[in-house]
Design a protein around this ligand. Structure first.
Ligand code: GLV
Ligand code: GLV
Length: 320
């Protein structure tokens, strides 16, 4: 008989049908958000699960779901999975790297540029009927071209962002747990490895692309924001929790930095509503990987992982 799986969130119907050809599938096409207790209940008797960041798989879940053998996460970030606990329980885990790298890098640029050039603030101004005359500094922002880009977290996405900086004549500096090889640095628009402090003090535009973990919790807080130039911008396409949102709200309100572009927040989707009171922030609902083509590729990648993991005992993109 076919192994039973849970697809914990709504997904492309075509991908669901592909999974149904291999597995006995319990799906959630009405996209109801499971409580932790419901998730455990739905996972009873399931050998596998396709989940997103909204499903937390930790020691308690694993203990309550002894039939579980594989969890495929439809995301590159996997802070919702307790990998050591999964490894200890022998439950395979996978993510969806590579397929979203270029799309996410594109969005990092879109958000950074919208932030520097005040695109959404200017649109709100226009829509509110406030545009009645030309003014010498109307919605003047910060230049991107010729400026210094600081990338915190230099994985695949960070390097893809760095490559795009060439066309804008930017100097690229980065900080990462480990330094890239000389060849990788050359390919990343001659990116210069610097200390975290140098990056925060010298960059004109800072973009965050590091994974969330206990080690990166509040990697950007009051101290880092205080180091930034008052003209600098901060863009976060990494994860909520990498930034101390309360400290950022204070820095933006007091104009200690120029502006921020945020695709991710602490406690999504119930993010800090004080952000809505600020003009110098561009806010998007965690969509950096959301191109039509890439979301489909992510779903296919997660499905491929689940099929390979459950049928062959080896995921394509294993996390342990
Ligand atoms: C989205 O945030 C992802 O990690 O893929
Ligand atoms: C994700 O793919 C990263 O390594 O940045």
């Amino acid at each position: 008989s076919k192994p039973a799986i849970l697809v914990a969130r709504a997904i492309f119907p075509e991908v669901l049908r592909r999974l149904e050809s291999v597995f006995e599938v319990e799906s959630n096409q009405d996209d109801h958000l499971f409580t932790p207790q419901e998730l455990i209940q739905r996972l009873q008797g399931k050998a596998g699960a396709l989940v997103t960041g909204s499903s937390r798989i930790d020691g308690a879940v694993l203990q309550a779901c002894p039939d579980l053998r594989m969890v495929a996460n439809m995301a590159v970030g996997y802070d919702n999975l307790d990998i050591p606990a999964m490894q200890a329980a022998g439950v395979l885990a996978s993510n969806t790297p590579d397929v979203l790298t270029e799309t996410t890098a594109d969005f990092g640029w879109a958000l950074m540029m919208a932030t520097a050039r005040r695109v959404t603030e200017a649109e709100h101004f226009l829509r509110a009927g406030k545009w009645n005359k030309w003014h010498y500094d109307l919605m003047s922002g910060a230049d991107i071209h010729g400026s210094t880009l600081g990338i915190l977290g230099m994985g695949r996405i960070g390097q893809a962002i760095a490559r795009r900086a060439q066309g804008f004549g930017m100097q690229v500096m980065y900080h990462n747990r480990s330094r890239l090889s000389a060849e990788q640095e050359a390919q990343a628009n001659q990116a210069q490895y610097v200390s975290k402090e140098t990056l925060f003090r010298q960059a004109d535009h800072i973009i965050l692309v590091l994974p969330y973990s206990a080690a990166s919790h509040h990697a950007v807080g009051e101290a880092e924001l205080a180091m930034m130039k008052p003209t600098a911008t901060l863009t976060n396409i990494a994860r909520g929790g990498v930034v101390d949102d309360h400290a950022l709200i204070v820095a933006l309100r007091e104009r200690r930095i120029a502006a921020a572009g945020l695709d991710v927040f602490e406690n999504e989707p119930a993010f800090a509503q004080d952000f809505l009171t600020l003009e110098n922030v561009v806010l998007t609902p965690h969509i950096a990987s959301a191109s039509v083509k890439t979301r489909r590729a992510m779903a296919d990648c997660a499905a491929d992982n689940l099929i390979a993991g459950l049928l062959n005992g080896q995921a394509k993109n294993p996390l342990w």
